[in-house]
Design a protein around this ligand. Structure first.
Ligand code: NI
Length: 162
């Protein structure tokens, strides 16, 4: 089922999400979120973007270039970040229009639970690193707009509200 995607400045996008509990309902939510993400031409989608304030996100960074490889992360945690920083333009399905350049750690190590209940740990670099940090930010109520300077934010807000 394709779900409506909340748009900034909806207050639910600025809320810290609660830990997710594995259940059939959570599985169904993850499936709906993937369907919603693909339909919206996105590469990542976090539960609060569809109004569910739990720590779950889905992503598939390469699907536009080949086969679909969907990933769902339940209760992801950042275990380590690199000192090296990287920045690039980021889009967000909840902030249609502007791409905002956000500085982040170049590499991160995450731990999360899969929908099968298994604990996983993995290092991410490149665009995957950007994507997981962007989605985890959503779970903490942080948007790209919150990570850029006031001038860039004012420009981006004007573009969204135009
Ligand atoms: Ni986003």
């Amino acid at each position: 089922m394709i779900l409506p995607i909340l748009r900034w400045p909806d207050a639910r996008l600025s809320t810290t999400c609660a830990p997710a509990v594995l259940s059939d309902a959570l599985q169904a939510l993850a499936e709906d979120m993937l369907q919603t993400m693909y339909a919206a031409q996105g590469r990542g989608l976090a539960a609060p973007q569809v109004g569910r304030l739990v720590r779950l996100f889905v992503m598939d960074i390469g699907w536009k270039d080949g086969a679909r490889t969907p990933v769902a992360m339940v209760n992801p945690e950042v275990l380590r970040v690199s000192d090296e920083r990287a920045s690039g333009p980021e889009g967000c399905l909840s902030i249609p229009g502007p791409l905002t350049v956000v500085e982040r750690a170049a590499e991160v190590r995450l731990r999360w639970t899969g929908l099968d209940g298994a604990a996983r740990e993995e290092d991410f670099a490149g665009f995957a690193s950007v994507c997981v940090q962007h989605e985890i930010d959503h779970l903490d109520g942080i948007l790209t707009l919150d990570r850029i300077g006031p001038e860039a934010r004012a420009r981006a807000e004007a573009e969204v509200l135009a």
